[in-house]
Design a protein around this ligand. Structure first.
Ligand code: SF4
Ligand code: SF4
Length: 533
């Protein structure tokens, strides 16, 4: 296999010892650009729509062309030509993972990579769920595919310019938790770059494209088989073996960070043009790879736990996004399998601790079992909360459909069922999200006891959430309850919020406001000028 190096081999003295500093500089610049983008939005009130890759889903599902979709297409094209440079030089999740690995290295910890075939398939599954399933679902239901359209800046989902920069981004707590789990915990538990390998659906797309890319890490000199490149590779690729067998790195997990190029004492590695890898990495036995850590039976159990975990965690408390759920489910599978081995007395080490040896559980093992028991309880609790959430959402939809048909008895029945699930969530849930408060209030409004919705709406208002929706609903409730002075007060507060809203949203709320004002005017206690009897 002949490869064409793009650059001639540098003399040993000219060779960088590492590309780490340049890459760190590049990743810091990415974060500074993100910060500048946010500052621009805060100052100008309108800015370039976020270059957030998950907005691809909105293009595929709703047909709204988004800046995130265009960005994804551009990155994919770049990977198709040059390989996965974006991943190691531009991705903020990778930056966190490498930062974590670097910090651990500073304290002489190099997490042992966990090798699982089921985990390796997870990103492909998530990719299918995010990018293919919505379209497949439509086609199966015989529905037409959405027509792609460009939205104006004033629209709630402006395609390229938006007033609502945070429209699809998580709040600070969930963002922090995502960074902690996907950037740090998973690296410590499963090895460096394990989120890229075991969780990232974008990485799955880029991995497929990388197989077709002519830009590759190539052999360009005599290799002494010292293995320095393999030792330097944070993606756990057997670089020296691949270069010997294929003349290039064919593993699609190669993120083109160039660490192997810098590490080679012979200057025998470079970046250049070579035949695409296609399926070379699948050739059995061509490159000796480390064995998987799990038997096929265990791999099946891992796959089942990951699927179950995603079903439990995704959307839990209206909060957990898909990628965080995938990371949590993967960690759950790893904890479950490790625990299974500890209980079975199999000698097992995890996170640098010996948990069991020769049929006996060690002290660290008992600590592990205690922690695993807590994780089990938390998971069961989360599963039961998720079931209540799903039932609540179903009841909510059924109530709305019954109301649309004008079937009030059915609406009341569904609303009562929904309230039961909502109250269980209020009582037992660890978090009471804003959406839960709003849905509870809505369902209660459709029961024979609408007054019970008032404390939920007031709590929303105290939190400053769902404005002016919560105030308008409260005003309507108060008007129905003949407390027109209080209703007018809420209405006026809602009115003040409308000018700051995007035009079409503001117009929609203005109509609602006029309807509630008419309701208040119809109450016998109402007297023009704000007084009430
Ligand atoms: S695989 Fe995903 S998380 Fe990893 S660097 Fe690429 S885009 Fe980022
Ligand atoms: S093979 Fe080389 S360029 Fe690719 S990830 Fe490993 S060290 Fe980085």
């Amino acid at each position: 296999m002949r490869a064409t190096p793009i650059l001639p081999a540098p003399a040993p003295a000219d060779r960088p010892r590492s590309f780490g500093r340049r890459r760190a500089g590049c990743l810091i610049a990415v974060h500074l650009l993100i910060a500048a983008h946010i500052v621009h939005w805060r100052l100008a009130g309108r800015t370039l729509a976020p270059l957030e890759l998950n907005e691809v889903v909105y293009t595929l599902e709703l047909g709204i062309l988004t800046a995130g979709f265009v960005f994804m297409v551009l990155i994919t094209l770049s990977v198709l030509l040059f390989g996965r440079f974006f991943c190691s030089w531009g991705c903020h999740i990778l930056a966190l993972q490498d930062l974590c690995a670097w910090l651990l290295e500073k304290v002489h910890i190099r997490p042992k990579p966990v090798r699982s075939r089921a985990m390796l398939l997870t990103p492909l599954g998530v990719m299918g769920l995010m990018f293919l399933w919505p379209t497949a679902q439509r086609l199966l239901a015989g529905e037409p595919l959405p027509t792609w359209r460009v939205m104006r800046p004033e629209d709630p989902w402006g395609s390229f310019v938006t007033d609502d920069f945070w429209r699809n981004l998580p709040g600070p707590w969930i963002a922090g938790l995502t960074f902690l789990i996907c950037g740090f915990v998973i690296v410590y538990a499963l090895g460096s770059r394990s989120f890229c390998r075991y969780g990232c659906p974008y990485g799955a797309v880029f991995g497929l494209m990388d197989r077709l890319a002519p830009g590759r890490i190539v052999a360009r000199g005599d290799c002494s088989q010292c293995g320095a490149c393999t030792a330097a590779c944070q993606s756990h690729i057997r670089v020296h073996s691949e270069l010997t067998v294929f003349g290039r790195v064919v593993d699609p997990q190669c993120l083109k960070d160039l660490d192997c190029v810098a590490a080679c004492p012979e200057g025998a590695i470079g970046y250049g043009i070579a035949a695409p890898a296609l399926f070379a990495s699948w050739k059995r036995g061509a490159v000796r790879r480390p064995r998987a850590d799990y038997s096929w039976g265990e791999e099946l159990a891992i796959a089942a736990i990951i699927v179950l975990g995603v079903l439990i965690f995704r959307g839990l408390y209206d909060a957990l996004p898909l990628l965080l759920s995938v990371a949590l489910a993967t960690l759950l599978a790893w904890i479950a399998l490790t625990t299974w081995r500890v209980i079975g007395g199999v000698p097992v080490r995890a996170v640098r601790l010996t948990l069991a040896r020769q049929g006996a559980v060690t002290l660290a093992g008992w600590g592990w079992l205690t922690g695993a028991f807590m994780v089990l309880l938390l998971t069961l609790h989360s599963a039961s909360m998720r079931l209540h959430e799903v039932a609540l959402n179903r009841a909510y939809d059924a109530t709305e459909q019954a109301l649309a048909r004008g079937d009030e008895p059915a609406a009341e029945r569904h609303a009562a069922t929904g309230v039961g699930h909502a109250l269980a969530l209020h009582r037992w849930g660890l978090i009471r999200p804003d959406g839960l408060l709003l849905r509870t209030a809505s369902l209660l409004e459709w029961t024979p006891h609408p007054r019970l919705a008032e404390p939920f709406l007031r709590e929303l208002i105290d939190r400053g959430a769902h404005e002016p929706e919560a105030r308008l609903r409260l005003a309507a409730l108060l008007a129905r309850d003949r407390r027109s002075a209080q209703a007018i007060e809420q209405l006026e507060l809602a009115r003040r919020l409308i000018p700051a809203m995007p035009r079409e949203t503001g117009e929609r709320y203005q109509q609602r406001l006029d309807q509630v004002a008419a309701m208040i005017a119809d109450t016998p206690e109402y007297s023009p000028g704000g007084g009430a009897g």
